[in-house]
Design a protein around this ligand. Structure first.
Ligand code: AMP
Length: 140
């Protein structure tokens, strides 16, 4: 866990933000470069770099409020849906090393497509699927 990040400075009020939610463990604010009106970031106040490092109780706190924040974002901008996503690590496009959920309002005619549009996909045969499932189980 890093000591200070851009987002801890926002939580501490050193950098201004448009705050939309705050409790003991969780903070949410508007993304400064919105991909759609209402684009919101939800973070644990503690600066865990990636999702992988979050203790279960902190993750439960953040996940506990994600549904209501997501619903409020959709209602606020009259969105048809939302894409809720984490860029989990630099190779996935994470720029701020403090885990955060993007809540991005979506509209029927926005033409953006699903997260699946980011990937070409891979063909795995049954043995490969079994092997990767086993590896995931073994690494838990
Ligand atoms: P990511 O690429 O997933 O790490 O996303 C980082 C996000 O933080 C980007 O969408 C930025 O627009 C956003 N961001 C960077 N600086 C600020 C800031 N000072 N206030 C609000 N959002 C910010």
């Amino acid at each position: 866990m890093s000591d200070e990040t851009l987002f801890t400075r926002i939580v501490d009020g050193e950098i201004p933000s448009y705050t939309v939610y705050e409790d003991e463990t969780t903070y949410a604010f508007l993304d400064a470069n919105p991909l759609a009106p209402g684009h919101t970031l939800v973070i644990p106040k503690e600066p865990y770099e990636r999702l992988n490092e979050m203790p279960g109780d902190v993750a439960a706190d953040v996940f506990g409020v994600l549904p209501e924040i997501t619903a409020a974002v959709e209602a606020a901008v009259d969105a048809d849906a939302t894409t809720v996503a984490v860029n989990n690590g630099p190779a996935a496009g994470q720029e701020v090393p403090h885990v955060h959920w993007h809540i991005i309002p979506r509209f029927e005619d926005d033409g953006v497509g699903p997260i699946h549009a980011l990937f070409e996909g891979v063909d795995l045969d049954e043995d490969e699927m079994k092997a990767v499932a086993e590896a995931i189980r073994d690494n838990r």
